[in-house]
Design a protein. Structure first.
Length: 318
């Protein structure tokens, strides 16, 4: 056998095979890219990109805490980390929520057209997307400190557990409140590398506030949830929903007053709480007859509550 000729042929065959594999890989990448482009609207719908209210509601307690912890001068780096982290983790929360509810969303009027419920995206795609969002968010957390990194694992655990809680307890809104409010200790730890005790007053107030507005949100779906066996505080509170949410709103204001005293905030902060109280009264008026649209509007109105309190904190430090 002509060894030189054999080696030459082998090299030629190897080269051709490599070229074919490269072309196939390029073809696969092209198909994947094109598939992603076609499904991009579904991925955006999955994270509620066109409905940023969830991001805003998650962001306000975070901004309250950053401003108070840094005494009105948060670093630009931490602002970027927490604002981007808020968007990413709210998006991840939407994805894991829809994954958990993929088999029941089709029976609820408000969620019947979600990408996983309709099959436009698969469960595998959702889990990969969820992991990617969490990985990017964790990369941001790595720019802070060890304590904040440790707290981020607790936040992730709570956020991941929340969607599944509605199958086992009537208090999933409490789990959501605990998860959303984790930005408060994380913000304080990122700024001070510690957890001053008064921050837990902010945490409690935020948790109670989230229970209130997510109960309003659950009131929109209460009829459908009763049919399919999904649990919520709206179902638990039943005919006492208005009374209990009102008491919780009073508790939010009371705990925020205590927090303001502990952090020595000025009269602008307390004025913001007066305005927030007025908004709470308006929300109770909205849910008076338990109409779906008005309950949704009461939920949405809480964006102004968070904004008003932030403005009070912001002006306090000017």
């Amino acid at each position: 056998m002509n060894i030189a000729k054999y080696n030459s042929s082998s090299r030629y065959a190897y080269g051709q095979t490599a070229r074919i594999m490269t072309l196939l890989q390029a073809k696969m990448n092209f198909v994947n890219i094109n598939t992603f482009k076609k499904q991009l609207p579904d991925y955006l719908a999955l994270i509620r990109f066109n409905r940023p209210i969830g991001t805003y509601l998650l962001l306000w307690p975070c901004l309250w805490s950053l401003w108070i912890a840094s005494e009105g001068v948060p670093s630009f780096k931490l602002l970027v980390v927490f604002i981007m982290g808020t968007f990413l983790m709210r998006s991840a929360g939407c994805v894991i929520n829809d994954f958990a509810d993929r088999n029941i969303d089709g029976y609820v009027r408000r969620t019947v057209n979600r990408p996983l419920a309709t099959g436009r995206l698969s469960s595998q795609q959702a889990l990969i997307f969820f992991s990617l969002l969490c990985a990017v968010a964790f990369g941001l957390v790595l720019l802070t400190n060890l304590l904040t990194i440790i707290l981020s694992f607790a936040a992730l655990l709570l956020a991941t557990c929340y969607p599944f809680m509605k199958r086992y307890t009537h208090l999933p809104q409490v789990v959501l409140g605990a998860a959303f409010s984790m930005s408060i200790p994380m913000a304080f730890s990122a700024v001070t590398n510690g957890l001053p005790q008064p921050l837990w007053l902010l945490y409690i107030a935020s948790l109670l506030w989230i229970v209130v507005y997510d109960t309003f949100y659950a009131m929109v779906d209460r009829e459908d949830d009763l049919k399919i066996g999904v649990k919520s505080t709206a179902i638990l509170f039943a005919e006492d929903d208005k009374r209990i949410t009102g008491l919780l709103q009073v508790s939010v204001i009371f705990v925020m007053v205590l927090a303001g005293a502990q952090f020595q905030l000025g009269y602008w902060f307390y004025l913001s709480l007066v305005v927030a109280s007025g908004l709470f009264i308006y929300q109770q008026m909205l849910i008076k007859n338990r109409q779906r649209e008005n309950c949704l509007n009461a939920f949405l109105n809480n964006n102004y509550v968070g904004l008003v309190i932030f403005i009070g904190i912001l002006i306090n430090y000017i």
